[in-house]
Ligand binder design. Sequence first.
Ligand code: SAM
Length: 273
Amino acid sequence: MVARADELREEVRRRYAESARTVSDGGCGSGGCCDDSQASAVGSARFGEVLYDAEQRGELPDAAVLASLGCGNPVAVADLNEGETVLDLGSGGGIDVILSAKRVGPTGTAYGLDMTDEMLALAQKNAAEAGVKNVHFLKGIMEQIPLPANSVDVVISNCVINLSVDKPAVLSEIARVLKPGGRVGVSDVVAEDRLSPEERAERGSYVGCIAGALSQSEYVAGLEAAGFDDVSVTFTHEVADGMHGAIVKAIKARDSEQTGLPVIQPAASAGCC
Ligand SMILES: C[S@@+](CC[C@H](N)C(=O)[O-])C[C@H]1O[C@@H](n2cnc3c(N)ncnc32)[C@H](O)[C@@H]1O
């Protein structure tokens, strides 16, 4: 079971390393990402740069826009404030880290976490080109976030949690690193409750962000089990039959330190690149 999970994670890593290389070589990342080709069977697939408005795209280097592989626009929903600390899980080519860094300003910090070396290199190049200094890209997995407990104001992520082989661990880790009262503003692919895991897998691949998607009620239950309040999972656009781009929001309870949320120590091997 663990071996299968490791294999699946390695398959995901290989897939996104290839996307990063394509963009670095001057190609377009969106076609080969969260799998538009399969989802477009319903004619309404929407992934990548089209989910950002012209003003946001104007703030970014071309390569960051081309590398966009998301299924939403978490910066638009996270309501970031000057001075805040933001963490983007699965930061890819860095699009949401760069936009977040600009929103939180020089007194704030934007962290991007990714497990794929090629994506981290691309993101660092894009951040340098965008001229943002308040960014840090971390190498590691979102199931073991290499940051201390209670250190982050906002966790964002764009079309990545569906790729995790251990979603309860990701949700516990988000709860651990958020400060009490901290918030989640995530975009992800989410299935309607009527679809079984097998039916989700019929609609697209795991690495294409479809087969591993949680259902709406699984997402809500998972966040509540991890100790979050005010949980909502709202569909925004259909990406395959019964599968949607969605906005996921939640707040870490202010008294969570007293109520004893699960604490998972970050991996010793995960480092800053
Ligand atoms: C679909 S892409 C999304 C990238 C970016 N968020 C965007 O919107 O363009 C998924 C990214 O998540 C990373 N990733 C997938 N699983 C991960 C994990 N378990 N831990 C850390 N990063 C992961 C991949 O390397 C890839 O860069």
